[in-house]
Design a protein around this ligand. Structure first.
Ligand SMILES: C[S@@+](CC[C@H](N)C(=O)[O-])C[C@H]1O[C@@H](n2cnc3c(N)ncnc32)[C@H](O)[C@@H]1O
Length: 273
């Protein structure tokens, strides 16, 4: 489908609009956490992200581009679930609550945990969401799972029978260390029970044309600094497609919307053999 110039310009400007929202919340965060920037710059960044994502997150989660696709992947989650980077739980309304036993929510930004628990309660998952302070990368995730008693603290290996029925990642692997995405996908695979599913909806590096690719490359210098370490050159789709051990690997490009020239969204439903 040909992309109109207007849609393309809107796609490019969308990034600047999001950066502007982040900038507006910078002084607000400075006022609400006056000493944090000095005492803990990384916590300040987390508090700043929480402040503007509490505005952007719900809007994005309800947008046409995301809602239907995220619904398709999240409504499959069942049993014991691991959600990577759930943020403030803006996507939690897609879960089918009667299918869920427990959701372990690996969210490294603890400023988002209260909203996550509020959204869990609001959408029928009260008492079923356990926030863990952890990123998706193995060096952060595995110690947190050990601390939560989900894997033995005495061994270095993950139990052969796996731990989770579903592992979910919605727009968060872009914020995990990019050089560790292959190791992260390997650990996700190992943590799934046989027949368990890795369910994701992520944005990855665009391949639209050389102008857009160059634009994303330039923007990727500033974007992670302002946007909670989110990168515009994600590659989870490619990593999953070259990893073995899946019974079924359904990885699709979301291509029915214009204006996704910088963020190329992909949706994955991958069943462990
Ligand atoms: C764009 S937000 C998406 C939040 C939520 N999944 C949603 O769709 O509304 C990205 C999330 O990834 C989290 N994050 C940051 N670093 C991460 C990491 N290393 N591993 C996993 N998630 C991370 C952020 O704290 C944030 O909550």
């Amino acid at each position: 489908m040909a992309v109109t110039i207007i849609a393309r310009i809107q796609a490019y400007l969308q990034l600047w609009m999001m950066l502007a929202v982040a900038l507006v919340y910078l002084p607000i965060t400075l006022i609400s956490h006056p000493f944090l920037l000095i005492t803990s710059p990384s916590s300040f960044r987390s508090a700043w992200f929480e402040s503007y994502f509490s505005v952007l997150g719900p809007m994005l989660a309800r947008s046409d581009v995301q809602a239907g696709h995220v619904e398709q992947v999240l409504s499959r989650a069942k049993g014991t679930v691991l959600e990577l980077g759930p943020g403030g739980g803006d996507q939690i309304y897609h879960y089918k609550t009667d299918q869920i036993d427990q959701i372990y929510a690996a969210e490294p930004n603890t400023f988002l945990h209260p909203a996550l628990l509020r959204n869990a309660e609001k959408h029928g998952l009260k008492g079923k969401v356990v926030p863990l302070k952890a990123g998706a990368e193995p060096g952060s995730l595995l110690p947190a799972l050990k601390k939560a008693g989900l894997i033995a603290s005495t061994t270095s290996s993950i139990p052969e029978e796996g731990v989770f029925d579903s592992i979910v990642a919605i727009k968060c692997l872009c914020s995990a260390p990019q050089d560790q995405i292959p190791a992260t996908v390997e650990v996700v695979h190992a943590l799934l029970k046989p027949g368990g599913e890795f369910l994701f909806f992520e944005h990855v590096a665009n391949d639209t044309d050389s102008i857009t690719m160059s634009y994303a490359w330039v923007m990727n210098w500033i974007w992670p600094v302002m946007m909670g370490n989110c990168h515009l050159n994600g590659k989870v789709d490619k990593v999953v497609l070259r990893t073995g051990g899946w019974d079924d690997r359904n990885v699709q490009n979301i291509s029915e919307f214009q204006g996704l020239e910088v963020f190329r969204y992909v949706k994955g439903i991958c069943r462990k053999a």
